[in-house]
Design a protein around this ligand. Structure first.
Ligand code: IPM
Ligand code: MG
Length: 358
């Protein structure tokens, strides 16, 4: 049956890297490996410019109807002074909420070819394989009440609320345990239970649930310690399960173990919908220059084949093609080192497509 893929390039380099992702999809279609119907829509600042909102209703409707959504990136200096409610980022948060994408998978793996690209010593990062499972549709990003108000005495008060319900913790924790079973069967749940009651509930809920997964080793870490341990000894981690905001921070940190944020894909999963995007942003400083690294976007396509379209062989093939291209010494500027061949966005995409048939 034909699969429907909805493309949301978004802003900045989102447009350029999406073009490269589509080359991969076109190759899959040309080879007759899977029949897919591609449509695209608007999100972020680009959507705001054209429609007055960063998340048009049609985008939500089309995303809900699709088998999978591929997203580039949102945001840019141009929109930074806009009212908070219509900033590009609201489009991203809005679609996560609208599709109830509560489980965000952010793998951090070191490509051996790029071991020198990390600022950490190669012997510290060699062989790391971490899966950050970030809760994505609740927590402090969405909790009410929120906002900034001016008090009678003239002071302003800013407020955000960290809220989790047990069922919200359970559903993302279940995913983490299930993913761990397919890996090294270890889950480290990260919280701040020594200070925040809400994350004490998080910890207790995860502990209660762990009875259903006796084969998975569960440990707990406070987020400050986890931030330190990620740098000190990252190989100790298999699956890291954590809240929305801690996951935002720790996944950026984990990406730097691998050398470049330009290499890391992600999957955002709900019960009915799935969205795939690189974890990096829209990089306005290099947008339109044709130098962005498309590999995180391309690896997000691989994740889509693995987690939503049930095509593990295609996922393996794309990941293998990326490895071949790195083996051949091709590097975009963000991962370039002396002796390697510097290429732009389009050449990198073309090289991956060529390697798919190799
Ligand atoms: C991410 C990003 C987003 C987030 C921003 C752009 C809203 O940093 O996907 O990690 O904070 O979730
Ligand atoms: Mg982030």
């Amino acid at each position: 049956m034909e699969k429907s893929i909805y493309l949301l390039p978004g802003d900045g380099i989102g447009q350029e890297i999406m073009t490269e992702a589509v080359k991969i999809l076109d190759w899959v279609r040309r080879e007759g490996l899977l029949s897919m119907n591609l449509t695209s829509g608007l999100i972020g600042g680009t959507a705001y410019d054209l429609t007055g909102t960063p998340l048009p209703e049609e985008t939500v409707t089309a995303a809900k109807a699709a088998d999978a959504v591929l997203l580039g990136a949102v945001g840019g200096v141009k929109w930074e002074s806009l009212d908070y409610a219509v900033r590009p980022e609201r489009g991203l948060l809005g679609i996560r909420k609208a599709l109830d994408l509560y489980c965000n998978l952010r793998p951090a793996q070191v490509f051996p070819q790029l071991a020198n690209a990390s600022t950490l010593k190669p012997e510290v990062v060699a062989g790391i394989d971490i899966m950050v499972v970030r809760e994505l549709s609740s927590g402090i990003y969405f909790g009410q009440p929120r906002g900034v108000e001016t008090l009678p005495d003239g002071r302003q008060k800013g407020l955000n609320s960290l809220v989790y319900y047990t069922d919200e913790i359970q559903r993302v924790a279940r995913r983490a345990f299930e993913i761990a079973r397919k890996r090294q069967s270890r889950v480290c749940s990260v919280d701040k239970a020594n200070v925040l009651e809400c994350t004490e509930l998080w910890r207790n809920t995860v502990i209660a649930l762990s009875g259903d997964y006796p084969d998975v080793a569960l440990s707990h870490m406070y987020v400050d310690n986890a931030a330190m341990q990620l740098i000190r000894n990252p190989r100790q981690f298999d699956v890291i399960l954590t809240t929305n905001m801690f996951g935002d921070i720790l996944s950026d940190e984990a990406s730097m173990l691998t050398g470049s944020i330009g290499m890391l894909p992600s999957a955002s999963l709900g019960e009915e919908s799935a969205l795939y995007e690189p974890i990096h942003g829209s990089a306005p400083d290099i947008a339109g220059m044709g130098v962005a690294n498309p590999l995180a976007m391309i690896l997000s396509v691989a994740m889509m084949f693995r987690y939503t379209l049930d095509q593990p062989a295609l996922a393996d093939r794309i990941e293998r093609a990326v490895n071949l291209v790195l083996d051949a010494g091709l590097r975009t500027a963000d991962i370039w080192e002396p002796g390697m061949q510097k290429v732009g966005t389009a050449s990198m995409g073309d090289a991956v497509v060529a390697a798919l048939s190799a």
